[in-house]
Design a protein around this ligand. Structure first.
Ligand SMILES: *[C@@H]1O[C@H](CO)[C@@H](O)[C@H](O)[C@H]1NC(C)=O
Ligand SMILES: *[C@@H]1O[C@H](CO)[C@@H](O)[C@H](O)[C@H]1NC(C)=O
Length: 193
C-alpha cells in the first residue's frame, strides 16, 4: 500500500513538473514570436459577407482569359484532360453579361487533376478592383468538379479588408458555349474583420 502511495506521489510530482516545464516553454519569449492583443491590429467583431458575381472563362475568341500553359503526353487522349494546366485572369462582373460592371478578376491556376472525372485542382485569387473591396483579395484552394451543378470551394485566406478570411465559395455554371467559353455564377460567404 505504501509503495502504491509513493508511486502515486511520484507520478503527481512528475505531472506537475511536466506541466510547469511545458508552460514555461510555451510562454518563453524566443525573440521571434509573442502574443499580442487583437486590438493592436484594430481587430473588432468578426463580420460575415456574402459576395455574388459572375466569372467569365474565355478560352477561345479574340481576348482569351484562360490559357493552356502545360500538359502531359497523354492529356489530349485523356477523357478527363488529365494533366492540363491552365492559367486564368478571368473577369468578374456583377451581372452575367461581360459588359456589366467589373468588380475584379480571378487569377491563378486550374489543373485538370482527376483521372475519373473532369475536375480541377483550383488555386486562384479573387482580386477585387472596385468599391469597398478594391485592393483586397481572397484566396481559393479546392476541388472543382466542373460538370457538377454546385461546386464548393474553400476560401483559405485573404488580404486587405479580407485579412484573416475564411469561408467558402459556391460555383454554378450559368452558361457554356460550344467553344468552351463559360460564365460561372459565384456566391461567396466569408468571415473577416
Ligand atoms: C478585345 O479587347 C479589345 C481591347 O480591349 C476590345 O477592343 C475588343 O472589343 C475585344 N474583343 C472582344 C471580342 O471582346
Ligand atoms: C481602386 O484602387 C486603385 C488603387 O488605389 C485606384 O487607382 C482605382 O481608381 C480604384 N478603383 C475603383 C473603381 O475604386
Amino acid at each position: 500500500m505504501a509503495k502504491i502511495k509513493t508511486l502515486t506521489f511520484l507520478f503527481i510530482l512528475f505531472t506537475i513538473f511536466s506541466i510547469s516545464t511545458l508552460t514555461t516553454t510555451a510562454t518563453k519569449n524566443h525573440g521571434f514570436a509573442r502574443a499580442i492583443s487583437p486590438a493592436k491590429l484594430g481587430i473588432k467583431a468578426e463580420k460575415l459577407s456574402h459576395l455574388h458575381f459572375y466569372f467569365h472563362d474565355i478560352i477561345s475568341g479574340k481576348n482569351v482569359t484562360a490559357v493552356r500553359v502545360a500538359e502531359a503526353p497523354g492529356t489530349k487522349t485523356s477523357p478527363t484532360r488529365f494533366g492540363a494546366v491552365n492559367v486564368i485572369d478571368d473577369p468578374l462582373t456583377i451581372k452575367p453579361e461581360l459588359s456589366s460592371e467589373r468588380v475584379g478578376s480571378a487569377q491563378g491556376i486550374l489543373a485538370a487533376a482527376s483521372q475519373s472525372e473532369f475536375a480541377f485542382a483550383t488555386t486562384f485569387n479573387f482580386v477585387f478592383t472596385s468599391g469597398q473591396f478594391n485592393g483586397s483579395t481572397l484566396s481559393v484552394l479546392g476541388h472543382n468538379s466542373v460538370f457538377s451543378n454546385i461546386r464548393e470551394l474553400p476560401i483559405v485566406g485573404g488580404t486587405g479588408v479580407f485579412r484573416f478570411a475564411r469561408g467558402y465559395a459556391l460555383a454554378h455554371t450559368y452558361s457554356r458555349e460550344n467553344n468552351g467559353n463559360a460564365v460561372v455564377e459565384y456566391n461567396v460567404y466569408v468571415f473577416h474583420y
